[in-house]
Design a protein around this ligand. Structure first.
Ligand code: ADP
Ligand code: MG
Length: 245
């Protein structure tokens, strides 16, 4: 059985059918790209999966359990994590403190109590940072990091609840090609080594074709194609709607 099963998912804003009854599945250990032109419904789909937006039709199941109707925090606790298009960390805290805070949050501790309680999670935080190649920079304040390194810290934070599914909205936006490739190679390693499932949106076709195991293509809220990168590249509907040829 797939980790994530989405069926008949739909959402309207006023008269706009932003997402129009889409079906897709995602397995553990799979990197699935969600692509499509601006306004296709990618972000709306994401926000329904993580519970920030309520869908108006359909079902979203994680290991068979319905996510529709649950609050974002409950969905996060079930193992769905996310990163943001513009990476955010607490700039006034150090790298390792940011991750310790995320670990405490996963431990059901109150944010306000984090400082005294954080000490014993430092080793765990360092382990997460080592996975993203940031352990040596653990005690630097986040405010001084290069953007590519902030994205790495964000990834460590996103891994703090030991997610089964990670949603990444345009993970490589604003990054230089080298940083992009490093971040995606790192993500791919988490997918392969930990069996993490990743759903990501991406504008760079180079990144999509280099790293995605499979693609789903949205256009005007509809899923117009899905398949392996090579299948999608040559798909006539995709050429027409997405690449405008
Ligand atoms: P994408 O992420 O693929 O660019 P979105 O999911 O952001 O697309 O948007 C899909 C459609 O829904 C667009 O027509 C957009 O204008 C509309 N839309 C998205 N969010 C809202 C909102 N909060 N209120 C009104 N319309 C929205
Ligand atoms: Mg978007």
């Amino acid at each position: 059985m797939s980790l994530l099963q989405v069926k008949g998912l739909g959402k309207s804003f006023g008269g706009v059918r932003a997402v129009d009854g889409i079906d897709f599945e995602l397995a553990a250990g799979e990197l699935l790209a969600l692509i499509g032109p601006n306004g296709a419904g990618k972000s709306t789909t994401f926000n329904m999966v993580n519970g920030q937006l309520r869908c108006d039709s359909g079902s979203i199941r994680l290991e068979g359990r319905e996510l529709v109707g649950l609050r974002p925090r409950a969905i996060w606790r079930m193992g769905v994590s996310r990163t943001f298009q513009i990476a955010e960390t607490f700039a006034s805290l150090t790298v390792v403190e940011n991750v310790q805070m995320a670990l405490l949050s996963a431990d059901h501790k109150l944010y306000s109590l984090w400082r005294p309680a954080a000490a014993h999670r430092r080793d765990d935080a360092l382990r997460l940072l080592a996975q993203v190649g940031m352990a040596e920079q653990a005690d630097r304040p986040c405010s001084v990091l290069a953007y590519g390194d902030v994205k790495r810290v964000e990834l460590a934070i996103a891994m703090a609840n030991e997610p089964k599914l990670l949603l990444m909205d345009e993970p490589t936006a604003g990054m230089a090609p080298r940083e992009r490739n490093e971040l995606m190679a790192l993500t791919k390693r988490l997918v392969v080594e930990r069996g993490l499932a990743v759903l990501f949106t991406e504008h760079s076709m180079d990144v999509v074709f280099a790293y995605a195991d499979r693609l789903i293509v949205l256009a005007r809220g509809r899923l117009i194609a899905q398949g392996r990168p090579a299948e999608i590249r040559d798909h006539p509907k995709v050429q027409e709607v997405y690449f405008g040829t």
